[in-house]
Design a protein around this ligand. Structure first.
Ligand SMILES: NC(=O)c1ccc[n+]([C@@H]2O[C@H](COP(=O)([O-])OP(=O)(O)OC[C@H]3O[C@@H](n4cnc5c(N)ncnc54)[C@H](O)[C@@H]3O)[C@@H](O)[C@H]2O)c1
Length: 328
């Protein structure tokens, strides 16, 4: 079965393509390379450089490769930028997203696995968060993902499109071949490892007065291969006729910013200097997933519950690729 992977040259997309290939499934990648890397593509995996909003291109790809399902990663994902430039985010993530859905439905591709996010929940009212928690995003990025979830619900009712929305918490880690190389980088683990590498002088910690065990924000880190395996499980679920549904993806365990830094010191054996700064607006103190539903319904079993192992795989990749994909 051929699967269209939008955003397959990006971080989570490339790891998922790698896993699809390992499991003998044919992946076809569509990415405009705005943030993706040519070096993250795999030889033998067909690649189309283009926008998800290019309906003619999408229809052509579906026809050419007999696509049966789509894993839709492609999106812009910088929260701060989305606040400054909401138009960019709604155009890229929603307007182009609708054109993608329309092209897929017109081509009779009606199974979609969608990259959603815990940012659709907004300020948590309880922890851990289950899928029934109210969705009140506090920024245009989170809102753009929630709009896509709502649009797909309506498309299900009207056109029979079935979807799985996977609400990721914090993706982290690497495989030996694929790693995290965002530019600009905003994610904590790669930033901390850049300090360990000597490429940055210190790591900023935004706020030390949150109601957590050490005063810094607590997040749920999930290994990128565990995310990839959830996508494959979701494809299987849709293939078996599963109904449209949303699933949280996280380990269910929270680590503070200082826990991450301390673990990175242990893993790397390097000094990592911390700079405490003022709180940032809109950072909740805790964001931890209740992923029971994914375990029970998708049969998903994360393999990397340990933060040390997650950071260990990221460090291995960063050591092997000191300049990210530019060197490989
Ligand atoms: N990284 C995380 O922790 C995290 C957490 C929650 C949700 N997500 C979501 O997961 C998805 C993948 O995240 P990532 O970290 O791999 O990001 P990424 O930026 O590495 O990958 C996204 C890819 O999509 C491509 N892209 C963007 N807009 C496009 C368009 N209009 N047409 C074609 N290609 C386009 C980019 O070039 C890039 O290769 C995103 O949808 C993101 O919102 C990520």
């Amino acid at each position: 079965m051929a699967v269209l992977v939008t955003g397959g040259a990006g971080y989570i997309g490339s790891v998922t393509v790698e896993m699809l290939r390992e499991q003998g499934k044919q992946a076809i990648v569509l990415d405009n390379l705005v943030y993706g890397h040519k070096q993250a593509l795999f030889e033998g995996t067909p690649f189309y450089e283009g926008h998800i909003g290019d309906a003619e291109l999408v229809k052509h790809i579906v026809l050419e490769h007999d696509i049966k399902a789509c894993i839709h990663f492609a999106a812009f994902a910088y929260v701060g930028e989305s606040v400054e430039k909401p138009s960019l985010y709604y155009e890229n993530n929603v307007a182009q997203g609708i054109r993608l859905l329309d092209a897929l439905v017109a081509s009779n591709v009606k199974q979609i696995v969608f990259s959603s996010t815990c940012a659709t929940y907004g300020e948590p009212q309880r922890s851990p968060l289950d899928e029934n928690h109210p969705q009140q995003p506090t920024n245009p990025y989170g809102a753009s993902k929630l709009f896509m979830e709502r649009i797909m619900k309506d498309y299900d009712q009207a056109y029979g499109l079935r979807f799985v929305a996977l609400r990721y918490f914090n993706a982290a880690g690497a495989t030996p071949t694929c790693g995290e190389d965002h530019a600009p980088e905003t994610h904590l683990i790669p930033l901390v490892l850049l300090v360990a590498q000597g490429k940055r002088s210190n790591i900023s910690v935004f706020g030390k007065d949150y109601p957590t065990h050490d005063g810094t924000c607590v997040r749920d880190y999930i290994h990128v291969t565990d995310l990839a395996s959830a996508h494959l499980a979701a494809l299987g679920y849709l293939e078996r006729g599963g109904a449209s549904m949303a699933f949280n993806l996280g380990n269910g365990q929270g680590y503070s910013v200082l826990d991450v830094i301390e673990t990175a010191r242990e893993v790397t054996g390097r000094k990592i200097e911390v700079r405490v700064e003022a709180r940032r607006a809109g950072d909740p103190s805790h964001l931890v997933a209740d992923a029971t539903r994914a375990r029970e319904i998708l049969g998903w079993q994360p393999r990397y519950p340990s933060l040390k192992e997650i950071i260990g795989t990221a460090w291995k990749w960063q050591e092997a690729h000191p300049d990210g994909y530019r060197e490989s």
